[in-house]
Design a protein around this ligand. Structure first.
Ligand code: XMP
Length: 324
């Protein structure tokens, strides 16, 4: 793509001009935006960049490993991988309020990242003066023009709000002028694999906001399995790229079922899928009933702990895309 290759060169020059001989820290979230930003910055300044991946244990199945191997093996970009899942899941114990979950996750993320940054700053190569973020154009607009509703609070985690001031760092935000589809095009231009670049958006607080009623390791495991089966069926049906975002939610509700000659009393799993342009409004995806039946049967048969599946037919507004 001609335009993207020109943009790439232009941004590389800009990053070099801003950073000079300075050091840059980049917090990888596991998502597409921060990964594209990191690869671009690495191309511009090489080992002046240090990437930190804070694994909060709230990712989808296989997601953490994918990011780590993508950076280390595919791009040969060194990555500090911090497994902080015990800390996050421990602090979330008993917390049911969605905004409280977001606050805890956002704060812990900053604490953990800050600790890593201090270690990196004392590695003998000098303290990093810059913090890289994968902020997109819609994030920039959203943060000034919105004043209510769940999407307002969102970027607090993703964009590591509060860190630059606390650490006295300048921001490097090479994607600030781009929309999501342009970031994907830039990612492909930089050699990120299609499956990675085409991934559905995923919220910073991760699976924690898909577990109404509270987070436990056990519930996370059940949800992760159901979600992986659902996404697998979506890919097999060739629908992944038509749908803007799809995921499972594990409800804190148990219902009666029958399996073999026994009675079960297990959790309900809700499936969500929407089409959208930017996430601000969305329509529920009109699946063929056969598809839903297939996904439900597989989830109930393969995931211990779930015995009923329902489909969410709420559009946004009045619903939000996430359940919390
Ligand atoms: P809602 O649920 O507000 O979601 O309709 C709109 C889009 O934003 C994502 N989302 C979040 N992203 N932190 C994030 O980084 C959050 O706290 C958060 N809450 C919602 C959601 O997945 C959808 O893509």
């Amino acid at each position: 793509d001609w335009t993207m290759s020109a943009y790439r060169e232009q941004m590389i020059e800009k990053i070099r001009a801003q950073v000079g001989k300075g050091r840059v820290l980049c917090a990888l979230s596991g998502g597409v935006d921060s990964a594209v930003a990191a690869v671009l910055i690495h191309e511009a300044i090489g080992e002046q960049l240090t990437c930190v991946f804070v694994d909060h244990g709230l990712m989808r199945q296989g997601e953490g490993d994918q990011v780590v191997s993508l950076f280390r093996e595919h791009f040969n970009i060194p990555l500090v991988n911090v497994d902080a899942s015990d800390l996050f899941i421990g602090q979330l114990e008993g917390v049911t309020d969605p905004e409280a979950k977001r606050k805890i996750i956002g704060k812990l993320f900053i604490d953990v990242f800050d600790d890593e940054a201090k270690k990196i700053a004392s590695d003998g190569r000098g303290a990093p003066q810059f913090l890289a973020q994968g902020t997109l154009y819609p994030d920039v607009i959203e943060s000034v023009s919105f004043s209510g509703g769940p999407s307002v609070t969102i970027k607090s985690h993703h964009n590591v709000g509060g860190l630059p001031a606390r650490m006295n760092m300048q921001l490097v935000e090479p994607l600030r002028e781009l929309f999501k589809d342009e970031v994907r095009a830039l990612g492909r231009e930089l050699g990120l694999p299609d499956f990675f670049v085409g991934r559905h958006p995923f919220p910073g607080p991760g699976l924690a906001i898909r577990l109404p009623g509270g987070v436990t390791r056990e519930k996370l495991d059940i949800l992760r399995k159901a979600d992986a089966i659902y996404l697998d069926e979506i890919r097999k049906a060739g629908l992944y790229d038509t749908i803007w975002q799809a995921f499972a939610v594990l409800l804190p509700v148990q219902t009666v079922g029958v399996m073999g000659d026994g009675r079960t009393y297990d959790s309900v799993c809700a499936l969500r899928a929407v089409t959208s342009v930017d996430g601000m409004t969305a329509d529920f995806f009109p699946y063929d009933m056969n598809f839903l039946g297939r996904a439900a049967t597989r989830i109930i048969n393969e995931v211990k702990g779930i015995n009923r599946v329902v489909y969410d037919v709420t559009s946004k507004p009045p619903g939000t895309i996430e359940w919390e």
